[in-house]
Design a protein around this ligand. Structure first.
Ligand code: AKG
Ligand code: FE2
Length: 362
């Protein structure tokens, strides 16, 4: 299967009018597309976007059962592994997490069924404002010269006690709730371990960042096959705004993460969560852990489905480097505090990292 890193492109020639279609899926199904409409052409912003590492690399693996082990030595070793993974990669795979494989497959299937609903039925869930708890559609990306991304999404902003999801297709809402609850449990454990790896009490992150009312954003992504995969993009390079993002995908590759200046393709690995450190963790750890830049590229054969779950603090929290990690002489704060809600509101269509705005230059 051809997967392609975006490069600089010639003009595209398709005469399909994207303004008349509501989703990429419809676009690909409504015409025998040989070329992409020009409104989907992607112009890379990063000079080394074509710099893809050809060799297979192994990414760090965190054994969740050891992280939650009652045997102190096992837990200690797993926390060290997590610390190293967050410093070296900002990205790792979680295995032995205890979430049934049937639930992971179930949420991928239910999301695919959602995308398969007739466009008329999905309109009900389109949302009017960026802050609506349920939204679906495709994205006009401002960071890409007002071009569309080759991706359809359905996004649920899941706050505590406020779970809302589309009532179609049958069973979607139930499986999404169960999936979100499982994800929340995993992230809570990871953040306990992160508290310890930062040398803090194990409930320090939970208390300081008000995790009892933590924000979760469930985002299912559909990337239909693209006739010119090198000319469009699923998601341009970006970092996520929360603390940790959990990602699962179907068996079609497309996720790439930036590691040591090169793009590395992460192949799907069954029954595991891919986890990346995100902006609020970089800020809170005062830069010890880096929020990883990643992107979704396309192929011309198979539909890719991924589910990203962004897990942040509560919206009301002002996130700053943990005070116990900062001293004005040796470890000055490297980031300005910012309210998490404000941070999220400033990010929406940029597909860029806001970190540069809060970073304090020394
Ligand atoms: O589809 C993917 O692999 C990446 C998704 C992602 O980065 C996101 O939704 O923020
Ligand atoms: Fe992301």
């Amino acid at each position: 299967m051809a997967t392609a890193a975006p490069t600089q492109f010639p003009q595209t020639t398709s005469n399909v009018q994207p303004s008349k279609v509501t989703s990429v899926k419809t676009l690909t199904e409504s015409a025998d597309l040989k070329t992409i409409p020009s409104n989907y052409a992607y112009t890379p912003t990063d000079p080394n976007e074509a710099d893809v590492l050809e060799e297979e690399v192994s990414i760090p693996i965190i054994d969740f059962s050891l992280l939650t082990s009652a045997i102190p030595e096992q837990r200690f070793k797993a926390i060290q592994d997590l610390d190293k993974a967050c410093q070296d990669w900002g990205f790792f795979m979680v295995v032995n997490h205890g979430v049934p494989e049937s639930l992971l497959k179930g949420i991928i299937n239910a999301s695919t069924e959602f995308f398969n609903l007739p466009e008329e039925e999905k309109k009900e869930f389109a949302g009017k404002n960026i802050s609506d708890p349920i939204r679906c559609g495709s994205t006009l990306s401002t960071s890409n010269g007002k071009k569309f991304l080759w991706r359809d999404f359905v996004k649920l902003v899941v706050q505590p006690d406020q779970f809302q999801a589309p009532h179609k297709p049958l069973g979607f809402s139930e499986v999404a709730l169960e999936y979100c609850n499982s994800g929340r449990r995993i992230v809570r454990e990871l953040l306990k371990a992160i508290s310890e790896s930062l040398g803090l009490d194990n409930d320090y992150v939970a208390k300081t960042l008000n995790l009892d009312s933590s924000v979760q954003v469930f985002s299912a992504n559909l990337y239909p096959p693209c006739p010119q995969p090198e000319l469009a993009v699923g998601l341009p390079p970006h970092s996520d705004h929360g603390l940790f993002t959990l990602l699962i995908q179907n068996d079609v590759p497309g996720l790439q993460v930036k590691h040591n200046g090169k793009w590395v393709t992460i192949n799907p690995f069954p029954n595991s969560f891919l986890v990346n450190a995100a902006d609020q963790l970089e800020i809170f750890s005062n830069g010890k852990y880096k929020s990883i830049i990643h992107r979704a590229i396309l192929n011309n054969k198979a539909t890719r489905v991924s589910i990203a779950m962004i897990n942040g603090p509560s919206f009301e929290t002002s996130v700053a480097p943990a005070s116990k990690l900062v001293d004005s002489e040796n470890h000055p704060a490297a980031y300005r505090p910012m309210n998490y809600k404000e941070y999220v509101e400033q990010q929406p269509l940029q597909w860029k990292s806001l970190l540069d705005q809060v970073r304090i230059e020394v």
